[in-house]
Design a protein around this ligand. Sequence first.
Ligand code: SAM
Length: 239
Amino acid sequence: MADLPVPGDNRRVAGMFGRVAGSYDLLNHVLSAGLDIVWRRAMVRTLLAPGLPHGPILDLAAGTLDVSIAIARKSPRLVMAADVCGPMLQKGLGKLDEAARRQIHPVVADGRTLPLPDASVAGATIAFGIRNIRPRPDALAELARVIRPGGRLIVLEFGTGKRRIWGGAYNFYLRRVLPVIGKIVSGDDEAYRYLAETIRDFPQEAVLADEMRRAGFADVGYRAMAGGIVFLHAGVKAA
Ligand SMILES: C[S@@+](CC[C@H](N)C(=O)[O-])C[C@H]1O[C@@H](n2cnc3c(N)ncnc32)[C@H](O)[C@@H]1O
């Protein structure tokens, strides 16, 4: 079996996401039994809760734009959708109507070197993306640079796959079932083995929360969803 891409190796990571871009949305919904839609909605509610400063939003690792679209449905703010993988963004663009195209601006960019001035966005989201970027502190520092003081960072990510969830049934599903279904539907088992591996290797939620604090975020908190399959982290850019 070929070596899996390493998170942070943009060329290979972007190539892999590019190969599954066509089936990504369908697989997301099927493999999570539709829960991914609920999780992204919770993320957007947290982002747009009262107190968010004025200004645009950055949706980092935007992929096929589901988070950007969910933001645009609830707010008139401009959304910059950044991702290293052009084909994922291209697939997302096909889902936008004319109004959404005026509001959502996709850009191919690395989360560690964003083409944005300091303190230029009111808030940022990153859904199922932070585990793909290494070193993680570089991405968090870059997010802290572009978010204005008082602005929010909302991170939606899988919990560590090392913890047994639902008596180990979830862990079995992750390791054995998901790569097989992923291969059947997308024809690419690498991407779904990569998914299982990066979830397994992802740190505990408290570690990610500490990393956010070290990057310059205050009031950092998180909550588990679906019994700890995913976690929603939120922090406020310190003044
Ligand atoms: C699992 S997808 C998540 C997409 C979307 N946020 C969602 O909720 O469906 C992860 C995305 O992270 C992107 N990505 C990986 N490394 C990145 C980096 N260094 N900078 C920006 N995006 C990156 C990939 O291209 C991919 O589109």
